[in-house]
Design a protein around this ligand. Structure first.
Ligand code: FHN
Length: 408
């Protein structure tokens, strides 16, 4: 990649790498059935039958200010929302076809427009998820598995008709009608060719040069700006293959399901976030709003509790880099900034002293991030193990509320 292109790519992704934590929102026509976003395929619902659910879709409780407020209180810096999922239903006012939330439902409003305005007001980056290859509302033939083979016979399908007359025009709408878009989160590229994948990236850049693109734009490597790991996947060790993220569910489903009973706890969210960020990644954590336009109360409760912790300790998360230590720490994890290191000490590992091998610089101060007075923690020993290593020993208070130590 030319130096100039590399410089542009580095600049483009800077805000995202510093943001670390985003809200994923899976919201669509499927919410009316309350069985997750794959309900059309799982139940092999014919297109004409599925279209009828739009007449019942009227999310009167939708409130963009509330949704963006939940993301902010949770400490999330960007929102990625499904503008169109695999069912082909556009959650914005698409001029390309009438199967969308403004033209096909009694709701008649454009929630993406309302979210774009609210994100602008509250300083949150708006990003769109777009299912660019799978579209069960259109007969096309990239992959039998990916397409609506339970309702169309195969000869009707014409991928490029769909690609040039629906997918790309809709992507253009999303990039030209909703202001600056932080990123396009493409999903499940199926058999998309390398040529079409690369052309799609150029197409996006032609409208918004700074719009990021995730790796699921293509199954060919190194085509997006960063790597979306598998769903809920956290790599075992730090990655040196470039920027990456973990897309994660807050409960069992992505799209709203009335069968979901188990939510992650605030503690487990923080542990996973720290694990991911200490390895150099971002966490994209999902909520699935209801057909009425409400983010489930349990989701809001858990996210806001996690947000209270981040409010106190965000300095050890936002804008940090991965741990410099090439080994797993038995007591927790490390994140760093220039001339500062953050030790994330897990509750159950909390003991009266903490040792860290392999520090390259002499430590001058250690304190709890949650301590607004930043009182010094007693550094019991700091001696050179070898030419460039020394061990830091810190006496820890027994009941530290937030196990987060900043050492300088
Ligand atoms: O099939 C989709 C699924 O519905 C959901 O959108 C996830 C989110 O990462 N992506 C695909 C499965 O990996």
């Amino acid at each position: 990649m030319l130096v100039e292109e590399q410089t542009k790519a580095t600049e483009r992704i800077k805000w995202w790498q510093e943001a670390k934590f985003g809200m994923f929102i899976h919201w669509g026509l499927y919410a009316t059935l309350a069985k997750g976003e794959w309900v059309m395929a799982a139940s092999k619902i014919p297109v004409k039958e599925y279209e009828q659910f739009a007449t019942q879709f009227n999310p009167k409780e939708f409130n963009a200010k509330e949704w963006v407020g939940v993301a902010k209180r949770a400490g999330m810096k960007y929102i990625v929302i499904t503008a169109k999922h695999h069912d082909g239903f556009a959650m914005y006012h698409s001029k390309v076809e009438k199967f969308n939330i403004v033209d096909a439902t009694p709701f008649g409003r454009d929630p993406m427009k309302e979210l774009a305005e609210e994100c602008q007001k509250q300083g949150i980056k708006l990003c769109f998820y777009y299912s660019h290859v799978i579209d069960w509302h259109h007969p096309h033939s990239v992959h039998e598995y990916y397409n609506n083979t339970w309702d169309y016979n195969l000869e009707e399908k014409a991928f490029y008709n769909y690609w040039h007359n629906l997918a790309k025009p809709q992507i253009q709408e999303l990039l030209t009608q909703y202001g600056d878009i932080g990123l396009l989160w493409f999903d499940t590229a199926g058999g998309l060719s390398k040529k079409d994948s690369k052309e799609l990236v150029e197409f996006v850049r032609s409208f918004q040069p700074n719009c990021l693109i995730n790796s699921r734009v293509s199954h060919w490597p190194n085509i997006g700006d960063y790597q979306s790991k598998g769903d809920n996947e956290i790599p075992m060790y730090g990655e040196d293959s470039g920027p990456w993220e973990t897309p994660m569910t807050l409960n069992q489903s992505w799209g709203y399901s009335d069968r979901d009973q188990v939510w992650k706890t605030p503690e487990s969210i923080i542990r996973k976030m720290v694990n991911i960020v200490s390895k150099g990644g971002n966490l994209l954590l999902n909520v699935g709003p209801t057909a009425e336009g409400i983010i489930p109360e349990k989701s809001v409760e858990v996210l806001e509790q996690a947000g209270e912790w981040i409010e106190r300790n965000g300095e050890a998360i936002y804008g940090t880099n991965a741990s410099p230590f090439p080994y797993e720490l038995e007591w927790g994890a490390v994140t760093i900034k220039p001339s500062r290191m953050y030790l994330h000490v897990n509750n159950e590992k909390w003991s009266d002293q903490l040792k860290l091998f392999g520090l390259k610089n002499k430590v001058v101060k250690a304190y709890l991030l949650a301590d607004s007075e930043r009182r010094n923690l007693p550094i019991t020993q700091s001696y050179t193990e070898s030419i460039d290593h020394h061990v830091l020993g810190i006496d820890l208070p027994k009941d530290a509320p937030d196990q987060y130590i900043s050492i300088i």
